[in-house]
Design a protein around this ligand. Sequence first.
Ligand SMILES: [Zn+2]
Length: 80
Amino acid sequence: MSKVYYDDHKREVTEQGDYKYVLCHSGGSSAKFGPCEVCGKYVSDVFHQLEERKYKGGYTKDGCVSPFGHEACLRKQRRE
Ligand SMILES: [Zn+2]
């Protein structure tokens, strides 16, 4: 089960098990941010996904990945 909501910056936040994902537009294409870090192809509208893990009542970024790339590729990168 996952919980999806939007934060104050209108970013999509997904809580899934021990992990939390924040998805946001980076505001540019691969010309600015480089190719998708998941599939390696050009992206016209690059997304950034922040991953955080539950830790001691809060969240930590330790051991987490925050790739840039296609929105669909980033969603597939999420842990079950
Ligand atoms: Zn991709």
